[in-house]
Write a protein of this length. Structure first.
Length: 256
């Protein structure tokens, strides 16, 4: 169900990026580069689509960001010939924290994601550029992103590909193996890993999502099709339902 012709997929996405840049009359693209899979693939697609001279990559680490992620981001941007800038955002996060009540890791992590997106939009506006979103279809449907943080962007080139499909596309694009094999994490707090937090790996989750979202199957049908427990399917279904608000515009009060 998840197999695709990734040569055609990459061509379609690159055309999508190029067409939107042209129609927007913007001068370039701005992307947050984390050193992880999704942003590496998005960067490479953008470079293929519009050329490296129109792309600005921003590396925005905190103390929670592994040194290896920063070095991978630098290496990948450099190998493509994309200009990059490193901005340590710890001082900004700390400034907010000093003015606000103490919060748990998740609340503080969401603040960090929103600060990053604020920087991306600040510089994109300065440079008349579009902000590239790096969320994939898995993350979008399970709500594994920060609302108005990494969920905010002008273009979403990977939003129709599940995480496991993005990995296959990365192989097609010859993204460095170390990035492809890296465990997924936004690193909003120390030790955070996506699959541990979700309680399920993407190899299990993506086929379930495909059955529920793309094939419109009932949970019982999906469980039978995939030969897995109904409990796992219903867990994914509940996550999708609980995160609906993240995928919709805020409700509007009608006065007429």
């Amino acid at each position: 169900m998840l197999r695709k012709d990734f040569s055609k997929v990459s061509s379609k996405i690159q055309r999508f990026i190029s067409d939107h840049l042209t129609s927007s009359r913007a001068k370039g693209l701005v992307i947050g580069l984390s050193g992880g899979l999704d942003s590496a693939v998005a960067l490479q697609l953008c470079a293929n689509a519009v050329g490296t001279g129109k792309i600005s990559a921003l590396i925005l680490p905190t103390t929670s960001t592994p040194d290896g992620d920063v070095s991978d981001a630098i290496s990948h941007a450099s190998s493509l010939g994309v200009k990059y800038q490193i901005i340590n955002i710890d001082p900004l996060v700390e400034s907010y924290s000093k003015a606000l009540p103490a919060a748990d890791d998740k609340t503080r992590g969401n603040l960090t994601a929103r600060i990053r997106m604020s920087i991306l939009y600040y510089l994109a506006a300065s440079w008349n550029s579009l902000v590239i979103g790096t969320s994939d279809k898995s993350e979008i449907w399970i709500g594994y992103f920060t609302k108005y943080g990494d969920g905010g962007s002008d273009l979403m080139p990977l939003a129709d590909l599940y995480k496991t499909q993005v990995r296959e596309l990365a192989k097609h694009l010859a993204v460095p193996r170390g990035i492809i094999e890296k465990k997924s994490s936004p690193h909003l707090w120390p030790g955070q890993l996506a699959e541990e937090e979700l309680g399920m790996d993407y190899n299990t989750m993506d086929p379930i999502l495909c059955c529920l979202i793309d094939k419109k199957m009932k949970p019982q049908q999906a469980a039978k099709k995939l030969r897995i427990s109904l409990k796992k399917v219903k867990k994914v279904e509940s996550i999708v339902k609980a995160s609906t608000h993240k995928r919709n515009m805020p409700p509007t009060a009608r006065t007429t």
